[in-house]
Design a protein around this ligand. Structure first.
Ligand SMILES: C[S@@+](CC[C@H](N)C(=O)[O-])C[C@H]1O[C@@H](n2cnc3c(N)ncnc32)[C@H](O)[C@@H]1O
Length: 207
């Protein structure tokens, strides 16, 4: 098990209890995402954590496959889904790297608070692009620490070594948008609630 998985497993219970940092921004992101949903849509969420977002989106789509590399996160997510009798979300302990999906089969992919945590962001973006149908949508919300916390780069190796933080990559919102457009996406919508907050992007694969 790599150190990042250990980190997420260790904090899963605490993460589940944490209140949402900015409820208004979270609700707005849910609403914006739903504009791209239809009852027949197939959705993937990777890095789903304790499943709250997949569960609240479930009534608006046909099916959500929600994956997370941490078995503890998935255990909590499944417990919540069972308690709420949610039948159209499949939670699975799986890394985005291990996931196999046929090309051009998904309508919407969600990657929320995850792209800055990946070693191989560009590879994952390319993979998402491949699995989406033409006209498919990739919804992301990402901490872009390169915009005003460049110094974070120095802290990450120490924090990681001490087991206090997972792998964290530092890039700007512009660099993230460029990664998405380089992979063939067009930016359909971009919003940052305020300076320093996660950047919400809806990227669209060409029809
Ligand atoms: C910051 S949490 C975000 C959880 C949720 N998306 C949210 O917005 O609250 C990041 C999650 O991504 C998961 N994760 C990290 N690397 C991953 C990978 N390569 N594949 C799948 N999940 C991953 C972690 O286990 C953790 O649950």
């Amino acid at each position: 098990m790599n150190n990042s998985v250990k980190f997420w497993d260790k904090i899963a219970e605490r993460y589940a209890k944490q209140p949402i940092a900015d409820e208004a921004a979270y609700q707005k992101k849910l609403q914006l995402t739903r504009e791209y949903f239809q009852p027949d849509r197939s959705v993937l969420e990777f890095g789903c954590g304790t499943g709250s977002t997949a569960i609240v989106h479930a009534p608006y789509v046909k099916h959500i496959h929600a994956i997370d590399v941490s078995s503890k996160m998935i255990e909590i997510a499944q417990g919540k889904a069972d308690a709420q009798n949610i039948k159209n979300v499949t939670f699975e302990q799986l890394s985005i790297d291990e996931l196999t999906v046929s090309d051009e089969t998904l309508d919407v992919v969600l990657g929320l608070s995850i792209l800055h945590l990946l070693e191989n962001k560009e590879e994952v973006i390319a993979k998402v692009h491949k699995m989406l149908k033409p006209g498919g949508i990739f919804v992301t919300s990402t901490a872009c620490l390169g915009d005003n916390m460049k110094w974070f780069k120095i802290v990450v190796p120490i924090g990681k070594f001490l087991g206090l933080m997972p792998l964290v990559k530092v890039f700007t919102a512009k660099e993230l948008a460029d990664s998405l457009t380089d992979a063939g996406f067009a930016i359909d919508y971009q919003w940052q609630p305020s300076k320093g907050k996660a950047v919400f992007i809806v990227a669209k694969k060409a029809d």
